[in-house]
Design a protein around this ligand. Structure first.
Ligand SMILES: [Fe+2]
Length: 193
């Protein structure tokens, strides 16, 4: 595809976002299965429904442009999602995994926010008011999803993750070697018979 005009660049970036959203739709079920945190599971499930709607918005814009949404792979999103998949494969402790999943999801949201902010601005410049409105709706949803993830990270999950690390460093049954905290006490003799 030639990229000589802002219109062509606009269509190209929309294709990139269409690829990104479809990759997210494939990754979210794995993230939903991976977390045991009910609020995070809900947040991912809700965002999956939103993402389906965001794909429809893009399809609406492509139909109006008389262009195909296909033909491009978003390599940036592929890399971001691959990092999340690697984390799940590492099988960290549940609370640590949740903190990592939030981080992965926030990387996704920020990548999308950059893309949607750009195409919304270009839609304005190109005089495509309806596109701009639809793209702004998606941008607002991504922002809200990101804010919810920040709330979960600060109010519960990262605090739980601290507790998990303390518990696992104190556990003699934990097989994974972990660094000892500076103020770690010497192991106490067992009181069990
Ligand atoms: Fe999205």
């Amino acid at each position: 595809m030639e990229l000589n005009t802002l219109h062509e660049l606009y269509v190209d970036e929309l294709k990139d976002l269409y690829s990104a959203e479809n990759q997210i739709l494939k990754a979210l079920p794995k993230m939903i299965r991976a977390t045991t945190h009910p609020e995070l599971k809900n947040a991912f499930t809700d965002h999956m429904k939103q993402t389906e709607n965001q794909v429809k918005r893009l399809e609406h814009i492509f139909a109006d442009l008389d262009e195909s949404p296909k033909g491009k792979k978003c390599h940036g999103m592929e890399g971001v999602l691959e990092e999340g998949a690697e984390l799940i494969k590492e099988r960290p402790a549940a609370d640590v995994l949740d903190a990592g999943l939030i981080s992965a999801a926030q990387h996704v949201e920020h990548y999308e926010m950059a893309g949607y902010g750009t195409v919304r601005t270009w839609a304005d410049k190109l005089g495509r008011e309806q596109d701009a409105r639809l793209l702004q709706e998606t941008l607002d949803e991504e922002r809200k999803a990101d804010e919810l993830l920040t709330k979960l990270a600060t109010q519960s999950i990262n605090i739980d993750a601290d507790r998990e690390v303390e518990l696992s460093t104190a556990s003699e049954t934990d097989s994974k070697p972990r660094p000892k905290p500076k103020a770690a006490k010497a192991p106490q003799p067992s009181t069990h018979l």
